[in-house]
Each structure stands twice: as structure tokens, then as C-alpha cells.
Write a protein that binds this ligand. Structure first.
Ligand SMILES: N[C@@H](CCC(=O)N[C@@H](CS)C(=O)NCC(=O)O)C(=O)O
Length: 201
């Protein structure tokens, strides 16, 4: 039984479709949308949250994009996974940081811009979330002041996870102008061929 990944491009599954493309392994992509398909009983046995993405590898069933990506990198893309325990802890730190410090704020903007009709959009919510994003984005920008990537000079699962979460902030055309280091780094990460392949799935 090979590796199976569930989800569709253009959703938060992009993060894990990107990760699995980085590994270069053969896998089965089971297109599952985040409406009815992710609520079907068969899928709920894989991810009881009814959300995408999810991964199955043999007996292992995994949900949460960051956890899926850390697993994929560790087992199938050792060049992206740190060997040093301190760096491994940093990869975990950045993954948790992205999902807790960035995701809730960016989702407020995503919901307004992509799911609320234009005439009903709440600009106040967008402005407040954008303002609140300044603090974490400054932290990211500072972390990239002396290094090309989050763990040093090469792309790792830490970059994959943070840049994977930030795909949505880029999609809502957030202005990264005040965060030049982060902006350059983000463009570099998002230019990776594996992401291009994932988006074409
Ligand atoms: N924290 C989760 C979020 C996953 C998530 O919420 N995915 C959305 C699609 S973008 C979903 O499946 N929504 C369906 C629902 O909430 O019912 C992750 O990063 O994997």
C-alpha cells in the first residue's frame, strides 16, 4: 500500500501536495474537496475533522498539514529534514508558529476576500487582521535578516511549512513591502518547481 494524499489544489491541501512533490516519491492523489467529499463517512475514517489535507501511509493516517509535511520530509526527503536536534526543534517551532501566529489572522482576511460577497466585505476586519499580522511578520523578517532560509543557507521543511501557510496570504495579495527579507524569501520558496507541479495537480 503506497502513500495516499487527500485534498484538492487551491485549498490548504496545497501545503501537503507541495510537500509530497518535494519528496519525489510515487503517491496516489485522491482528489477530495472540502465540501461533501470531506464529510463522507469513508473520508471521516481518515480525518475525523472532515477537513483536507490528510495522508495515509500504510497503517498510518494523518491529519494537519504541518504534521503531514514534517512526516513526509523526515521519511521521504531527508535533504529537507534537519539532522541536528536543535534544528529539528526549530522546524517544529516554525511550523507551530505559522499555524498559530499567522493562520488565524490570515484566515480572517481570506474569509472576507474569498467567501464574503464584495458588497458585504468588512474592511474593518481586514484592516485589523493586517495590522495584527505586523508583529509575527516582523519576527519572520528578522529571522531571515542574516540567513537565506529559516534554518540557515538551504531550503528545509521549516521553510516549506511557513511558506506553505503563507500561500494564502499571498493569494489575498497582502502587501509584504514592509518585510523585504521575508518577501524575497517567500518568492524564492514559492518559485520551487515542486510547488508548481502541486498546483497543476
Ligand atoms: N489546520 C488544518 C486546516 C485544514 C482546513 O481547514 N482545510 C479546509 C480547506 S482549506 C477544510 O477542509 N475545510 C472544510 C471544513 O472546514 O469543513 C490543516 O492545516 O491541515
Amino acid at each position: 500500500m503506497g502513500v495516499k494524499i487527500y485534498g484538492i489544489p487551491g485549498s490548504r491541501a496545497d501545503r501537503s501536495l507541495w510537500a509530497i512533490e518535494e519528496t519525489g516519491i510515487e503517491y496516489e492523489h485522491i482528489k477530495t474537496n472540502f465540501g461533501e467529499e470531506s464529510k463522507a463517512n469513508e473520508y471521516l475514517e481518515i480525518n475525523p475533522n472532515g477537513r483536507i489535507p490528510a495522508l495515509v501511509d500504510g497503517d498510518l493516517k494523518l491529519f494537519e498539514s504541518m504534521a503531514i509535511n514534517l512526516y513526509l520530509a523526515k521519511h521521504y526527503a531527508s535533504d529537507l529534514y534537519p539532522t541536528d536536534p536543535g534544528d529539528e526543534a526549530k522546524a517544529n517551532q516554525w511550523s507551530v508558529w505559522a499555524i498559530s501566529e499567522i493562520e488565524p489572522l490570515q484566515m480572517q482576511i481570506v474569509i472576507q476576500k474569498f467567501f464574503v460577497p464584495k458588497d458585504k466585505q468588512d474592511q474593518g476586519t481586514i484592516d485589523q487582521a493586517s495590522k495584527n499580522l505586523v508583529r509575527p511578520l516582523k519576527v519572520l523578517d528578522e529571522a531571515l535578516r542574516e540567513n537565506d532560509y529559516l534554518l540557515g543557507q538551504s531550503f528545509s521543511v521549516a521553510d516549506l511549512n511557513v511558506a506553505g501557510v503563507l500561500l494564502l496570504l499571498k493569494a489575498v495579495k497582502f502587501d509584504f513591502g514592509a518585510f523585504q527579507n521575508a518577501s524575497v524569501w517567500l518568492d524564492k520558496c514559492h518559485a520551487r518547481p515542486a510547488l508548481e507541479r502541486a498546483r497543476a495537480l
